[in-house]
Design a binder for this molecule. Structure first.
Ligand SMILES: N[C@@H](CCC(=O)N[C@@H](CS)C(=O)NCC(=O)O)C(=O)O
Length: 224
């Protein structure tokens, strides 16, 4: 069974999860793979204990253990799972279409998950009175100015499937954590009607249950 190392915690305002590890969790769910999570304390991400450094040189999450092999980095893990467990596919066959998926996946990773989203998401790991509201607003502004505008634009060519690169793909798994964070934050998305519909569509996928803020840690800690 695959072990996914992540950080998840139940709070009164929802169950919060590592955004990057949520991307991986969605890939495992979409592929119907048997897995369990190893839930690390949030403080480990800053303390970086030796047992984590032994598995991931930056002691970040996610990393997985698959039959004794450790693989780290959510993007690399997604590609690894796609190659090792090809069905159902999360990548198109055409070479240029594959490059498009990787572009959007990379954008989601760099601009959203590693850029604007943490400014909004990290404060939720503290009580309401300890949250830096200015920082959170800066994150929302970054999303509005750059990230959501880009997604709105690519969704205008989305076609019948309604996903960012045609059929549901690794590009969409990278957007699932955005759906998760904005379910808790509920920022106004009226300027971005396609994004609003798209995030709602992502939340309707059965795989979203495993990262939904409404699903407690113990109710989504393994599959199979
Ligand atoms: N590029 C990495 C980024 C992973 C990442 O930044 N994970 C966050 C949690 S969502 C973390 O471990 N942060 C601790 C740190 O930055 O040291 C990936 O895609 O896996």
């Amino acid at each position: 069974m695959i072990v996914l190392y992540t950080t998840e915690r139940d709070y009164p305002w929802g169950t919060l999860r590592s955004t990057h590890a949520s991307k991986t969790k969605v890939v495992l769910e979409e592929k119907g793979l048997a897995y369990r999570i190893e839930n690390l304390p949030p403080g480990n991400l800053w303390k970086k204990p030796p047992e984590m450094l032994a598995k991931h040189p930056l002691a970040k999450v996610p990393y997985i253990d698959d039959d004794g092999a450790t693989v780290f980095d959510s993007t690399v893990i997604g590609e690894y799972l796609e190659e090792r467990y090809p069905a159902p596919p999360l990548m198109p066959k055409d070479i240029l279409a594959r490059a498009r998926v990787r572009e959007v996946e990379q954008f989601a990773d760099e601009a959203i998950l590693g850029g604007d989203l943490p400014l909004i998401w990290m404060p939720y790991w503290s009580p309401p009175d300890k949250r830096d509201q200015e920082r959170m607003e800066k994150g929302r502004e970054g999303l509005r100015k750059r990230d959501l505008s880009f997604i709105e634009r690519i969704l205008s060519n989305a076609g019948v499937d309604g996903y960012v690169c045609g059929a549901f793909s690794l590009a969409d798994t990278a957007m699932m954590p955005l759906a998760m964070v904005l379910e808790v934050d509920a920022m106004n998305l009226d300027e971005f009607p396609r994004v609003k519909d798209y995030l709602a569509r992502l939340r309707e996928r059965p795989s979203y249950r495993a990262i939904s803020p409404r699903t407690r840690v113990e109710d989504a800690s393994h599959r199979g």
